[in-house]
Design a protein around this ligand. Sequence first.
Ligand code: PEP
Ligand code: MG
Length: 581
Amino acid sequence: MSFAQQGTGISNGIAIGPVHVLSRGELEIPEYAIPLNLIDKELARYQHALEVTRQHLRQVRDNIPRNTPVDIAEFIDTHLLMLDDSAFAVIPLDLIRGMQCNAEWALRLQRDKLVSVFDAMDDAYLRTRRDDVDHLVNSVQRVLLSSPIHHGVKHSSEHPLSGYIIVADELSPADTVLMQHQGIAGFITETGGPTSHTAILARSLRIPAIVGLHHARRVLRNEETIILDGQHGWMHAAPDTYTLQYFHQRRRDIQQYFADAVRNRHTPAITLDKVPISLQANIELPDDIPALLEVGAQGVGLYRTEFFFMNRKEVPTEKEQYETFCDVISQLDGRPLTIRTLDLGADKQMDDASASTQVINPALGLRAIRLCLQEPDLFIPQLRAILRASVQGPVRMMIPMLSNLHELHMLMQLVNETKRQLHKEGHRFDAEMPIGGMIEVPAAAIQAEMFARELDFLSIGTNDLIQYTLAIDRTDDEVSYLYDPVHPAVLKLVHQVIQAGRMCNTPVSMCGEMAGESRYTRLLLGLGLTEFSMHANSLPDIKTNITHSHRGHLQQQVQAILTTQDYATFRDHLDQFLDTD
Ligand code: PEP
Ligand code: MG
């Protein structure tokens, strides 16, 4: 029987193919006594298993494709170091000797001890390290038990995975690299978040993928054909002929669509009444640049730098950040780059564990500029890196989550001090580097004029503006039905910000998801928006809408809708307007 389930789509694209379920399969760990005269042999057996595991990890590390963006090698090196730590290299040997037990059992006892220590930790980051322990213990146990070293990632000689959709409870980055070598069509995991190493890898390796599809391994069987829609997060099992035909066609359409977009990338985004519209792209990683160049984006309107801080143990240094910014600037080849300062906090933590475990209302807590102003040790290296990179190309700096002018003044003080310090040290920087602010808190939108007077540019972050205006947690499924970009209150704020910019001669762009939603292009043009920034994939659609629109006419229509007093009529007219092509 056909059925569909939704998880979180983390990597766009449609995959259609047979399932291969990877079952970690809880290992049966035997416990038995070892006679004294055989203890040395048992110790050697354990050490041999450690060595085989090391070799396997090195082999994976040495086969990482050169263009892999995330430092997976470093990740694997950490596992290698852990294997050399006394927790793995010494204590299990002591246990084998002391308890005269088999190696598997000694390792099992040691694993339980380590995990209970990690579980008791308050620090969310350290708590997640228990997963590393489990990965490693499992690998060593499999060698000891003479089973394949990893949970079923088969080598191509045994079972070619080419064309398969992998279904697993979770996947490590190393698995993902291995499987990409084997030509998988896509993957689904039951757990995992969109900012995990694995998700980041999937996107950059362009593997369609879904995470958080609960019970996927229970409901899917090996070899059955499924459809994976990595954009919307849907998995369709036992699809009927009609559904299959539909998704085959969609896959062809997507391919054709992007081929056309690449061909038309030089077509200018100009309305029918000759108003040029700026179309830029949002990026999370330097590896997103080729995709934006392919579709002809004019630059980067939002570089979410916090992704560089996630899924790693150490905060990136100034040097690392500087080099990354220089790399992005050089790839952009003269196109403008808007670097947003760190927007950590709320659902974006430095590690996978959500801050919600520590703070009751993380979205209203110490986030973005608030966090940066409180933690100069975190922020100053980034400020220095941005300023130093600003001489390499057209760079603008953008501040997230401003809610009052005091924050802006404190920020400017820090920027000026940083400039003085850089000057003293003999570093070059663009003294005139434009500094802008995101308008994503209702208080800032209401006071947009004051921000517009003091800043070089504004950018409307509708994702948060909607969240805070309508009081809906953007990460909470239960209230997502209330998410409404055209709620009159939201439209009023967006309009107000655009007008404030015009009055103060301060450019205003929009970089929230609304800018990339085709349904709203005409409305935004009608509201007076001339700068859009979005995910590269959305850009071709938005450009088509723009080239088919007469901005002057749209402004008249939208003005008439906005001045409608009665809500029912307003909504009626708005819906009619949105539904008109
Ligand atoms: C926004 O809030 O609209 C935005 C672009 O920023 P982020 O989604 O990173 O919070
Ligand atoms: Mg935001």
